[in-house]
Design a protein. Structure first.
Length: 340
């Protein structure tokens, strides 16, 4: 047998072994995926069509369960949040939607490091536009009309719990494409006076129904504030201290948020509250655990939020008036949006 024949036989054998190894890995991965989805209490997930309008009231969220649909947007009926999930094939790290418009914050995997992108989606989850995000995605919101979308990213540090972090909050007009890359471009009015500081950070935008007013968190000199923004005047005005990740109620009268409380651990410092905008009255909610999330109003009476779970995050609900108790809504889920 010639040397050339031996080399060809060796190469062929190595190719066969590589193919067998790859098939074994894929088979084991598929078995693991099926096993994860078949765990007691685990969600049942099937591929299908997903739209942000029509089909009755549903919840769309990021699926956190391990398997072939990990990180995809999935949909379930609002009346059966733990029921079978329909997976869209669209992957997001953070998501929100309203009136047939969605915003999807996703990773773009590169050869050296990941970058991030905000993608504006239409009602059928098709990309309408995309924008670079300067850091790790954190929060996302769409205005009730669907005209405006906002997102927040960490550009330094990776947690709201401490003080060594920096954020960038952006707003885009989905109709015109006009982007405000950072709310730091807005004029700030603090305690009735113009305010400027190098350490200002903003995050957690939430929109009113008038396509002009929004609210957000401003941090400066070790304190946080609820600010009211004006999209036309490009101003931000402080309203209330110690407010983080605000979420405006459907009727525009209340803000749900997380508040730092004295005596809490440094890595779990928050309690959930609701603020009445007209009176400034705060109501503590019946969730005893620290929550690091921007809440979503399911309706005028109920709030939804994420807490750590076996797959990364689970969704919980709590009454917005301070009564009752918190309840687990569904597991392996993050970034919910209620669509109809």
């Amino acid at each position: 047998m010639t040397l050339r024949s031996r080399v060809l036989i060796l190469v062929s054998a190595l190719a066969v072994l590589a193919g067998v190894a790859a098939a074994s890995v894929l088979h084991a991965s598929a078995r693991a995926d099926r096993r994860d989805q078949a765990r007691p209490g685990g969600p049942r997930i099937t591929s299908g069509r997903l739209a942000l309008t029509g089909g009755g009231l549903r919840v769309v969220f990021r699926n956190m369960a391990w398997g072939p649909h990990r990180d995809e947007l999935v949909s379930v009926p609002a009346a059966d949040p733990s029921g079978p999930r329909t997976a869209s094939g669209v992957k997001c790290l953070r998501f929100h939607a309203a009136s047939g418009t969605g915003v999807c914050l996703r990773a773009v995997h590169g050869p050296v490091q990941d970058t991030y992108r905000a993608v504006i989606l239409d009602a059928r989850l098709r990309e309408r536009a995309h924008y670079d995000v300067p850091g790790v995605p954190s929060r996302a919101r769409v205005s009730p009309s669907g005209r405006f979308a906002a997102w927040t990213a960490f550009v330094g540090g990776d947690s709201y719990a401490g003080t060594a972090f920096s954020t960038r909050a952006a707003i885009v007009d989905t109709r015109t494409g006009r982007l405000t890359p950072s709310l730091e471009a807005y004029r700030i009015v603090k305690d009735g006076r113009p305010y400027r500081a190098a350490d200002v950070n903003f995050w957690g935008v939430t929109f009113a129904a008038d396509d002009r007013t929004f609210y957000a968190t401003m941090a400066t000199r070790g304190s946080t504030y609820l600010v009211r923004g004006d999209l036309r005047a490009r101003t931000l005005t402080t309203l209330h201290a110690n407010v983080e990740c605000p979420s405006l109620s459907p009727d525009g009268t209340r803000i749900a948020y997380k508040k730092r409380v004295q005596g809490a651990p440094e890595d779990a410092p928050w309690h959930l509250y609701v603020l009445e905008l007209r009176t400034g009255r705060e109501t503590a909610l019946a969730e005893p655990r620290s929550v690091d999330d921007q809440l979503v109003w399911r309706d005028a009476r109920t709030l939804v939020y994420a807490l750590p779970g076996d797959y990364g995050a689970d969704l919980y609900t709590v009454p917005a008036d301070g009564t009752g108790t918190a309840h687990r809504l569904t597991g392996a889920a993050l970034s919910p949006a209620y669509v109809d």
